[in-house]
Design a binder for this molecule. Structure first.
Ligand SMILES: Cc1cc2nc3c(=O)[nH]c(=O)nc-3n(C[C@H](O)[C@H](O)[C@H](O)COP(=O)(O)OP(=O)(O)OC[C@H]3O[C@@H](n4cnc5c(N)ncnc54)[C@H](O)[C@@H]3O)c2cc1C
Length: 264
């Protein structure tokens, strides 16, 4: 369990950011689920609950996920269920249980950029930007590739509302365990997006597979290309070769489901 010397409840994002940057040992508190697994001692724990960032709402042609919105809110939200083939709601359902999903936040999940992240895999196959209190708006793909060390605050994620067909598949050794592979595919016209995560490295798009699909590759070919084009690693949960095999299978399945959806 982590400890904090002092708890702060800033009223604005600017105040929260200035507190964060005031001490190297100060920390933003999301749902605290992942922080709770560590044993670190922090200075000021910065609680974001007074910033009004817990909403999921439409704004013009975008769906905006507040940084403090919980994964459970994402799972149950009407727009998250209805838009993008429901991938935003679907992607969080295998994560542990309702109690954890009711605490873990969108901001904590995006900021942490875990290799195994289900939400990051799903979001990367949509057209998204991350809103940071200090830096402003950054494409999710750019943010996802950076080391998780910047002293900034994820205030929200913006997703362009478009009629993208989507599919996502994950493999877990047991229900509710961390995934050993995640795959998501989406298509809007000729624009395909293919994302693979839990390799066990971070979720990444696979441009070669996206281009192949746009030029008429079959789902089976797309799966093979994904397995050949990515690097995989071994850990306690799965070996490199097994992960490559899973990538081939899950990408092929997702691409086939997306094709079916588009031809309906
Ligand atoms: C037992 C367990 C199993 C899990 N299984 C899965 C799984 O299968 N799939 C999956 O995708 N995820 C899984 N997770 C991760 C979980 O879904 C959340 O991503 C994780 O708990 C972080 O969210 P949080 O709100 O709890 O963040 P916290 O634990 O509060 O914070 C995590 C990090 O992010 C920082 N942070 C938090 N919020 C912000 C913000 N708004 N801006 C900037 N920095 C911020 C914190 O300072 C900290 O460094 C699991 C977590 C646990 C504890």
């Amino acid at each position: 369990m982590y400890t904090i010397r002092e708890l702060a409840f800033p009223g604005t994002a600017e105040e929260a950011l200035s507190l964060l940057r005031k001490g190297r040992n100060n920390v933003i508190l999301g749902g605290g689920c992942w922080l709770a697994l560590g044993r670190r001692r922090y200075g000021v724990g910065i609680d974001l609950s007074r910033l009004g960032l817990d909403a999921i709402r439409r704004e013009g042609d975008e769906l905006v996920l507040g940084g403090s919105a919980t994964l459970r809110a994402l799972e149950k939200n009407g727009d998250a269920c209805a838009l993008f083939g429901g991938i935003l709601s679907h992607c969080v359902r295998p994560i542990v249980g309702v109690q954890l999903r009711s605490r873990a936040t969108v901001g904590g999940s995006v900021y942490a950029r875990f290799g195994f992240s289900d939400p990051l895999t799903a979001l990367l196959c949509l057209d998204c930007t991350v809103e940071l209190a200090g830096e402003g708006t950054v494409p999710l793909e750019v943010f996802a590739a950076r080391p998780a060390v910047e002293r900034d605050i994820v205030t929200g994620v913006r997703i362009r509302i478009e009629d993208r067909a989507t599919a996502m598949e994950t493999m877990r050794l047991t229900a509710t365990d961390l995934p050993i592979l995640t795959a998501a595919v989406s298509r809007l016209g000729k624009d395909w997006r293919v994302v693979v995560g839990a390799r066990p490295g971070r979720p990444v798009r696979v441009p070669g597979v996206e281009a192949a699909l746009a030029h008429g590759a079959s789902p089976a070919q797309a799966g093979r290309l994904a397995a050949e084009g990515l690097t995989f690693g071994s850990d306690l949960r799965a070996g490199r070769e097994y992960r490559a095999l899973l990538a081939e299978t899950l990408v092929a399945r997702c691409a086939a489901r997306v094709e079916q959806e588009v031809s309906r």
